[in-house]
Design a protein around this ligand. Structure first.
Ligand SMILES: Nc1ncnc2c1ncn2[C@@H]1O[C@H](COP(=O)(O)OP(=O)(O)OP(=O)(O)O)[C@@H](O)[C@H]1O
Ligand SMILES: [Mg+2]
Length: 507
């Protein structure tokens, strides 16, 4: 007797349909799994056997062969337990084939038959929809995640015996109905608020511009000036995500197994701040079964690298391609995988090893050659990709002890949101989300300068020895500043502010 059950494998971020074929024949009782299974899939045979027995059904004393087709895709993880168990039940005539047509199964089994959480349910549900499969059986814990895909019947499974009773038509399991929790858009509360940060008004302004258009920022300043504090307050002023952006982020977290149990949909822009000891693969992604790295986990959000020069040179150079393309390609012997990685890059550093170079109060104790060596750790091409270079000077006593609070993050976020609204309308016909995503064609179309503006940029290009990339980045930045001001045209003042954010190498 041969049974066929649909399931799903994950290749990078996308699901691929896998047919689980179960065949029983006479011979030594055994369960063999073929079709490029990894260790977790191979161990499935033991879990399935115990789960079926412990759910009050019988496990056939026959020779059972399970094939996971297509055979050329690697199958990883325990999510095939459920389809294999269903296949065995059909092959041993405890469930009829008709019951599983047009359905897809994923889930891990425990020995007592209860069904446990698996990763990647969102992309799996998306695949089911794409393949016109009407119904998906998932672990009950993952039902809210699968229900994010419209037009799909989601059956939450708690226990294998429930599933068997459902498939036998004895006790149907009601489909999952998304509750209020999946759609509510409550504002999150943030640990840090811009109002608590004294002084540094120009830095706050720069971060506002950066959040409004999705531009990259580098903050330089002496120890204790508030760089880390400012960067960590950024989530409170980031614009809200659209539902499509949310789904894209959730997909990545689902695959990485980082989706919190109580949040089926990630609604807040991610903020990732890896430590500088992170490996190259940890940052950009990779591994034997390639996993998304920090840059992909920061997709549609912020990647914050504190103490930038401490990150290895090779690690930092790995950021160059994703910063330009908004995605990362990982080459493997089995082919190239692409993960999305369109993030805002925020970095902080001291100007020199002692930290006080350029400080008006405390003298720097580093030799010029040490300073040069320190700053050279960050390559020119990487610096060129950063739109906003901003100095964060020490705050003086008076400002620090001023009891008055600054502007609240909420007010700043409202302005950022308005500027994003303008950008959404501008890019409605395209795939772009914000000004920083623009390519040369869009720059030419929407960043039109008048004569005075052109003269200003020409002078700046000569003085600051700017590259063609820097030129385009200035125009995009000026566009964002104009959007924040609610201006249709890019005025000279907007351009001047954008140019002022370009780096002036101090040594
Ligand atoms: N502008 C500020 N307003 C209020 N508190 C501040 C400000 N700047 C610094 N502080 C206080 O100083 C602490 C240290 O600041 P922070 O860690 O951001 O400094 P940093 O610039 O990152 O220094 P380092 O270069 O040593 O990493 C903060 O946690 C906060 O308590
Ligand atoms: Mg710091």
């Amino acid at each position: 007797m041969l049974a066929k059950v649909n399931s799903c494998a994950l290749v990078g971020l996308d699901g691929v349909l896998v047919e689980v074929e179960v065949d029983t024949s006479r011979g030594m009782p055994a369960l063999t799994i073929v079709g490029l299974p990894d260790a977790a899939v191979k161990e499935s045979s033991e879990r399935v056997r115990a789960a079926i027995r412990n759910s009050g059904m019988f496990f056939p004393g026959k020779r059972i062969t399970v094939n996971l087709a297509p055979a050329d895709i690697r199958k990883a993880g325990p999510s095939y337990d459920l389809p294999i168990a269903v296949g065995v039940l059909i092959a041993s005539e405890q469930v009829w084939t008709q019951a599983v047509e047009d359905a897809l199964f994923v889930g891990e089994l425990s020995l007592d038959g209860s069904v446990r959480h698996v990763t990647g349910v969102l992309p799996i549900a998306a695949l089911a929809r794409q393949q016109s499969i009407d119904c998906i059986f998932v672990p009950a814990a993952d039902a809210p995640e699968a229900a994010l895909i419209d037009g799909l019947e989601v059956i939450p499974v708690e226990h294998l015996s429930d599933l068997a009773a459902h498939l036998q038509g004895l006790r149907p399991i009601p489909p999952y109905e998304p509750g209020a929790e999946a759609t509510s858009l409550a504002a999150p509360s943030y640990a840090a608020d811009f109002a608590e940060i004294k002084g540094q008004e120009h830095v706050k302004r720069a971060l506002e511009v950066s959040a409004a258009g999705g531009h990259n920022v580098l903050m330089t300043g002496p120890p204790g000036a508030g760089k880390t504090l400012l960067a960590r307050s950024m989530p409170s002023i980031l614009p809200r995500m659209t539902i499509d952006e949310s789904l894209a982020v959730t997909k990545i977290y689902s695959i990485a197994g980082l989706l919190p149990a109580d949040t089926p949909l990630i609604r807040h822009r991610p903020f990732r701040a890896p430590h500088h000891t992170i490996s190259h693969a940890g940052l950009v992604g990779g591994g034997h079964f390639p996993r998304p790295g920090e840059i992909s986990l920061a997709h549609n959000g912020v990647l914050f690298l504190d103490e930038l020069p401490e990150f290895g040179t090779r690690t930092l150079e790995g950021l160059r391609q994703p910063l330009e393309d908004g995605e990362v390609s990982i080459a493997r012997s089995t082919g190239t995988l692409t993960f999305p990685a369109n993030f805002m890059f925020v970095a902080a550093m001291n100007p020199c090893p002692c930290g006080y170079y350029g400080d008006p109060v405390r003298e720097c104790t580093c030799s010029p050659s040490t300073i040069t060596r320190y700053q050279k750790r960050i390559s020119g091409p990487l610096l060129d990709r950063i739109d906003i270079h901003i100095e964060v000077p020490r705050v003086d006593y008076q400002k620090l002890t001023d009891e008055r609070l600054g502007e609240r993050s909420e007010a700043i976020q409202a302005r950022v949101e308005r500027a994003r609204e303008v950008q959404r309308a501008r890019f409605a016909e395209t795939e772009l989300l914000c000004n920083a995503d623009m390519g040369p064609t869009e720059v030419r179309q929407v960043c039109v300068l008048d004569d005075a503006g052109r003269a200003l940029v020409r002078a700046a290009m000569q003085q600051l020895q700017m590259s063609a990339r820097a030129f385009h980045r200035i125009l995009k930045l000026a566009r964002t500043i104009a959007d924040l001001a609610g201006s249709e045209r890019i005025e000279t003042a907007h351009l001047a502010e954008a140019i002022q954010y370009r780096p002036r190498r101090v040594v």
